[in-house]
Design a protein around this ligand. Sequence first.
Ligand SMILES: C[S@@+](CC[C@H](N)C(=O)[O-])C[C@H]1O[C@@H](n2cnc3c(N)ncnc32)[C@H](O)[C@@H]1O
Length: 206
Amino acid sequence: MTHNGPPDLKAETHPSRHAQRQVLDGQLGGEEGWSRLRTIYAEQAPEWRDWTQLQPGYAQSVADGLREVKDAPWAVEVCCGTGEATSEVRARFTKVVACDVNLAMLRGRDTGAPQDGVVWIAADVRSLPFADRSVPLMVALNGVFNPEEIERVIVPGGQVLWCTSFREGTPLYVSPGEMGDRLGSGWTGRTGLSGFGQWTLLTRTE
Ligand SMILES: C[S@@+](CC[C@H](N)C(=O)[O-])C[C@H]1O[C@@H](n2cnc3c(N)ncnc32)[C@H](O)[C@@H]1O
């Protein structure tokens, strides 16, 4: 049977969806959610790259969203996993810091791909290794949304490009409206559809 649509990841009931909600709503301080998110993707790390490679247009929303982004001296990609979107970010920016909390994901990246200009680091989206208001652009594909750390690190005038591969069918999906609401009044946002995915561009105005 041919299959022309996005994969059915059972996103509504996926444990990642629930964990992202726990994190955003701060249930039990969000600790249980953060711990579950680490565990879920640690378990998936060995097969992650093989699976993403089978998904047509997996990082298309990043490629399309990047066309809307302002120029910046460098960019950070959070929750980069095995780097499925990193080459898109690198194609637009000469300096990229790609981070993920999971070393197995980082080790599983395609080391044959051009690495020039990309620094790969292990970092948690709860405590990114950047000074307050120092990051000009943050990109994520299917990442864990953590508004507190975004508020801390993004420079005034800076941007966040938050993308999914499968829109609401993405387990970690957070709606553009909720992202805007969680970031508050000092931000503007717009969003666009791209293949099966979606990009949302948030700009810090103050
Ligand atoms: C759905 S995967 C997306 C990976 C990659 N961006 C992609 O689309 O193929 C989510 C990623 O978030 C990472 N992650 C989970 N919790 C994290 C945290 N607290 N800090 C940083 N990364 C985290 C996981 O290790 C995993 O690589």
